[in-house]
Design a protein around this ligand. Structure first.
Ligand SMILES: [Zn+2]
Length: 359
């Protein structure tokens, strides 16, 4: 039987293995993959969700699923009714999903690329899974042309559809393309969002617009999945509860590649070593990916994931690691600085003083 150790945020207790997934279907791919090409992936992309949930159940993995709010719409009429009046006017206009909504299907049964209520319901009913937000429209917070007003309306739409569909408050956000915009933290606080996924400390992962990715950075990020270019990327568990709290990402789980299959053992070794380090030092290791990444090389991807989860299970059986979703990192952090974020729910600005001290 697995021991359930308590977490010591100062490093002497067990480490934490945090998992998060960005669930977006075509809304997250539409600016770089043609629709007919993506549709070929649809069945496998959707079927990855129940398979992942089964594996998480088997290995008692607690995970956060950051869902694009549009996927929660009941049908096209429902989605149209939720579209904010104030929408982002991206300089690169192809980024806007609102150019695309006119061609989507009527509901999930005839358009599984743009609706996903059945899958999100499955996630919500699986133990230890947190349903979080990936904004309403896969909103790009650092892109030229968007604004704080448009972001606020987008996030309000995400909060509303989440509450209506899941009958629960939304409190965790993953910024699309990891475009963390600290200028928007007041909006997060006002809407009761108290947890977000930040980027690793290395300059390789500094939030930026996609257009500014340079080839060197992309190349090094790629290499970083196999060898520790950016270091171990384990982090101290937050010792206080600022609002919003940064539950930093450690690594992107790059899907299996047939072309690079000889390097796959390096990738696994890098992840295992980071887990070992988190377990040895009482730190946090946060792995993230998209369920849609498992649309191809399905068997190989699930074998890869199983090996990672088996390693995490071994550490957990020794009492050196716990599995947490992002919301649980917030809940389990000790020594809260002032009021916990629950008090921020209800559009109070009470948390705004907290972050000024804590960050
Ligand atoms: Zn995304």
């Amino acid at each position: 039987m697995t021991r359930t150790p308590t977490i010591d945020a100062h490093g002497s207790g067990p480490g934490a293995f945090v998992v998060s997934l960005d669930f977006e279907l075509y809304w997250g791919a539409r600016d770089h993959v043609a629709y007919p090409d993506w549709i070929e992936r649809l069945e496998q992309a959707r079927s990855a969700v129940p398979k992942l949930l089964n594996m998480f159940r088997e290995f008692e993995i607690h995970a956060t699923w950051a869902v694009v709010g549009m996927l929660l719409s009941a049908d096209r009429q429902d989605l149209f009714g939720r579209i904010p009046r104030n929408r982002p006017r991206y300089g690169r206009s192809h980024l806007s999903p609102y150019r695309h909504v006119g061609v989507i299907g009527r509901e999930e049964i005839d358009d599984g690329a743009h609706y996903a209520r059945t899958l999100v319901d499955l996630i919500a009913r699986t133990p230890n899974q947190e349903v979080a937000s990936h904004t309403f429209s896969h909103y790009y917070c650092l892109e030229a042309g968007q604004s704080s007003c448009a972001f606020e309306e987008d996030l309000r739409a995400a909060v509303a559809v989440h509450r209506q569909f899941l009958d629960a408050s939304l409190r965790t956000l993953v910024f699309p393309r990891n475009q963390v915009n600290r200028d928007y933290f007041d909006i997060l606080r006002q809407l009761g969002i108290c947890v977000y996924r930040g980027t690793p400390d290395s300059w390789l992962y500094r939030p930026t617009r996609r257009v500014r990715y340079d080839l060197i950075r992309r190349g090094l990020r790629f290499l970083d999945c196999y060898v520790p270019v950016s270091g171990g990327n384990v982090f101290d568990l937050p010792a206080v509860q600022p609002c919003p709290m940064d539950v930093q990402a450690s690594s992107f789980l790059r899907p299996y590649s047939r072309k690079l299959k000889f390097f796959e053992p390096l990738k696994l070794r890098r992840i295992r070593r980071s887990l070992d380090r988190a377990a040895a030092t009482g730190a946090m290791y946060h792995l993230w990916w998209h369920p849609e990444n498992f649309w191809t090389n399905v068997d190989e991807n699930f074998v890869m994931l199983k090996r990672i989860l088996e390693h995490a299970a071994r550490l957990r059986s020794r009492g050196r690691l716990v599995s947490l979703n992002m919301g649980e990192v917030f809940d389990r952090s000790s020594a809260p600085l002032g009021a916990p974020c629950e008090r921020v729910h209800g559009n109070s600005l009470a948390g705004s003083e907290l972050i000024a001290d804590a960050n």
